[in-house]
Design a protein around this ligand. Structure first.
Ligand code: PGA
Length: 271
């Protein structure tokens, strides 16, 4: 098992929870991890309207707060958008970028993901960039090429030094919210291929190799639950989980965090 990459358990609440419900759930998560050792990094990603409440509810704890999307510009006449400045000023530390639902329903493209990734890094937000193939793409044998293209496009114009905080989530679209989990060994294989894509991206024309891909935490997402998290996290290339449905209640989410703790315990530098 790999050693020095952080273990991260992130909850993507999608369009669920009013600010009051969100504060309640965040407090329950904070209470559930309080005083525990070997904790993974826990990140809660509520809707924009609940970010302030969740920042308040997690203040003073180790639990971090992430947004589910953002614009790449700082301000301007962009009705309905939220900027990285607004997020970082309010205590948000992470941001999910390029989630498949954004790509599928809201016109997110590889090039907007790249613009947003650069903006997040500029503003000190930890980006969680999502990549993954659709069912059609998987069935046509295109998984690796699609994922490689998404990763390389996200990294366009960036240097190795820029991406020190980058987190990538491998989320096969067909496994999201469907109850169908990608076989852990297959998710691990794709995660490994993501690492080599990042290394290849930064290899120089002069032939010098890059190893930056080995340092990037790669999460698996797609129907993660307490009953399958261990088999995923015991594999060498899966460093954590991006959890949708099972992050919406403390009794479902806390056991997944415990799965993260078991990985941290096995690899003490991975906290
Ligand atoms: P799911 O969602 O756990 O409900 O499949 C994961 C995600 O979309 O991040």
């Amino acid at each position: 098992m790999s050693t020095d990459r952080k273990t991260i358990i992130a909850g993507n609440w999608k369009m669920h929870k009013t600010h009051e419900e969100a504060a309640e759930l965040a407090s329950a998560v904070v209470k559930g991890v309080e005083g525990k050792s070997d904790l993974p990094e826990v990140v809660l990603c509520p809707p924009f309207t609940a970010l302030a409440a969740v920042v308040d509810a997690t203040r003073g704890s180790s639990v971090k707060v992430g947004a589910q999307n953002m614009d790449y510009r700082n301000e301007g006449a962009f009705t309905g958008e939220i900027s990285p400045v607004m997020l970082s000023k309010m205590g948000v530390t992470h941001v999910i970028l390029g989630h498949s639902e954004r790509r599928q329903f809201f016109g997110e493209t590889n090039s907007t993901v790249n613009l947003k990734l650069k903006a997040a890094l500029e503003h000190g937000l930890v980006p969680i960039v999502c990549v993954g193939e659709s069912l059609d793409e998987r069935e046509s044998g295109l998984t690796d090429s699609v994922v490689r293209r998404q990763v390389a496009a996200a990294l366009e114009d960036l240097t190795e030094a820029d991406i020190e905080t980058l987190v990538i989530a491998y989320e096969p679209v067909w496994a999201i919210g469907t109850g169908k989990t990608c076989e852990a060994t297959e998710a691990n294989r794709v995660a490994e291929s993501i690492r080599s894509t990042v290394n290849d991206f930064f290899a120089t024309e002069a032939g010098s190799k890059s190893k930056i891909g080995e340092t990037i935490p790669i999460l698996y997402g797609g129907s993660v639950k307490a009953s399958n998290v261990d088999e995923q996290l015991e594999l060498p290339h899966i460093d954590g989980s991006l959890v949708g449905g099972a992050s919406l209640s403390a009794p479902d989410f806390l056991p997944i965090i415990e799965g993260g703790s078991r990985r941290v315990k096995l690899t003490p530098s991975a906290s």
